[in-house]
Design a protein around this ligand. Structure first.
Ligand code: 13P
Length: 287
């Protein structure tokens, strides 16, 4: 059964480790992440962006697929199914479809509007026992070829949003989605420290987990980060393994063209990536 992310993140914050959110794109991704979590006895959060939700034929399809897998793969570790960077409407649709966790990303709105919309979602998710992630300070990243620097959140605004009763808070600390540029100055631990001082026990979320060096991840966890999002790194691992298979001409040998064979190396590569991250984040055996 899917669970809210509240309990796993409260435990993570108290225990000074982080739970990984791994974004899913299809059946192979979902199966690879769930099996790895079970093998490592780790809690896990499956992230679904609005785009990936559309790609997978809508949120209800995703809920059906994930619930089916929890049962047929005998997954007993805590699993949350979470909307990643949701709009207000997207969050409502996921609450309705059976997600156990949603993110409302109001970081691009003026703070008053972010507060008003987040407040309404605190009420709606609270009624159903669904966890809610809010965001302050936009996460940078590449969009249409323009690489934006990650913003740093205002700690007072973080406190205002945290006090509304959200479950976890994503605060921009110079992090970026996708690959980091060569001249990236690194995470702003000064901002993170200030945000944690204002928000106390609130589990903090680090987006853009791909490519952040291990020592910075560890430091971020020591300063209150309890959820770390990883997406691009699984995509890169999957693409590389699939390319190698094709380049080696393996699809031309026997029934190597069978999708169950063709996608197997990419599937295994996702498992390896997820395992490395769970070990780094410290969530192994924390189920
Ligand atoms: P990356 O793609 O950089 O790993 O970021 C993932 C993320 O933050 C999803 O919200």
């Amino acid at each position: 059964m899917l669970v809210s992310a509240k309990e796993m993140l409260t435990k993570a914050k108290e225990g000074h480790y982080a739970v990984g959110q791994f974004n899913i794109n299809n059946l192979e991704w979902t199966k690879a992440i769930l099996l790895t979590a079970q093998e490592l006895n780790s809690p896990v959060i499956l992230g679904v962006s609005e785009g990936a939700g559309k790609y997978m034929c809508g949120y209800k399809t995703v809920v059906g697929m994930v619930n089916g897998m929890l049962e047929s793969l005998n997954i007993t570790v805590p699993v949350a199914l979470h909307l990643d960077h949701g709009s207000y409407e997207g969050a409502l649709a996921c609450i309705d479809a059976g997600f156990s966790s949603v993110m409302f990303d109001g970081s691009h709105y003026p703070i008053e509007e972010n507060i008003a919309k987040t407040k309404e979602l605190v009420r709606l998710t609270g009624e159903k026992g669904i966890s809610l992630e809010a965001e302050v300070g936009a996460i940078g990243g590449e969009e249409d070829g323009v690489v934006g620097a990650g913003e740093c959140a205002d700690p007072d605004e973080c406190k205002m949003i945290a006090d509304l009763g959200v479950t976890m808070l994503a605060a921009g600390i110079g992090n970026i989605h996708g690959k980091y540029p060569e001249n990236w100055p690194g995470l702003s631990f000064e901002t993170l420290d200030a945000v944690q001082k204002k928000t106390g026990k609130m589990p903090l979320v680090l987006h853009g987990g791909t490519g952040i060096p291990a020592d910075m991840i560890k430091k971020a966890i020591s300063l209150g980060v309890s959820k770390i999002n990883v997406n691009t790194e699984c995509q890169l691992a999957f693409a590389e393994a699939t390319r190698k298979y094709i380049e080696a001409g393996k699809d031309l040998v026997g029934k190597g063209y069978d999708p169950r064979k063709l996608l197997a190396p990419g599937f295994e590569a996702i498992k390896v990536t997820v395992k490395e991250k769970m070990e780094l984040f410290g969530s192994v055996n924390k189920a």
